[in-house]
Design a binder for this molecule. Sequence first.
Ligand code: A3P
Length: 269
Amino acid sequence: MALQDHFKPRPSDLILVTPPKSGTTWLKALLFAIMNRTKYTFAQHPLLTRNPHECVPFLEILFRDQISDLEAIPPPRLLATHLPYSILPTSVADCGCRLVYLCRDPKDVVVSLWHFARKDRPDMGLSEAFELFCDGVSLSGPIWDHILEYWRESLRRSEKVLFLKYEEMMAEPVGNVRRLAEFVGRPFSEEEEKDGVVEEIVQLCRFEKLSSMEVNKKGAYELGGLTLPRESFFRKGKVGDWANHMSREMGEKLDRIVQEKMAGSGLSF
Ligand code: A3P
């Protein structure tokens, strides 16, 4: 409510949106690197010493305990949120700022979420977390609603809402980094292509690279009133890890629910 009342989006804002545990940390790192590529060298990049969440703040946290003044941030402001589209202030769509949406196979999301939540709720088994997830009890509401709302918006306003899947980003990171840069209006020049800047960004933001940095391994990070071990944002970073934790029946059940919810949308996982 505070965000709806007080956030004043600008047309130049870039808002990164994800359901929790769908690759937020990766997307933040990639877009921070893309947007700031002429400011820093790769040898002395802020992402080598700062967690991606310290580089791109969550809107809901900026307005959680206080009314943050974002006016001083120079454009283009890079912001993130887990909020469903229907809860975003309508001024976000009205002002025409760009949104980048990243989602992921819900089976991998629930497994990732369960591992993450276990640090606080060691008593919760995967089957309990799974049933809650299948009932739509999730941090940002039912995941199918979250995904479908942004999917529809991306079809309606493709020049303003880019819809991406984690699996496609993993399969083709270089092509997708080019796509991101074009979408945000900062395409790579011929010179940059020749110098391998796209590949440098991909390498800098790879799971193996980020997760091996001291800043992402040691200590804790305050996020929205929670004290989280920095390493908790990096677990495996693999597609299909759900199969190592869930039974085939569980996988089929969640697939069925998601397929039913997404029927007719043109979207599938
Ligand atoms: P797993 O738990 O499946 O390993 P979020 O950033 O939205 O919280 O999502 C966390 C998930 O993204 C975790 O998935 C984490 O390991 C993975 N992840 C973090 N950094 C990544 C990166 N640079 N590339 C790919 N996946 C990454």
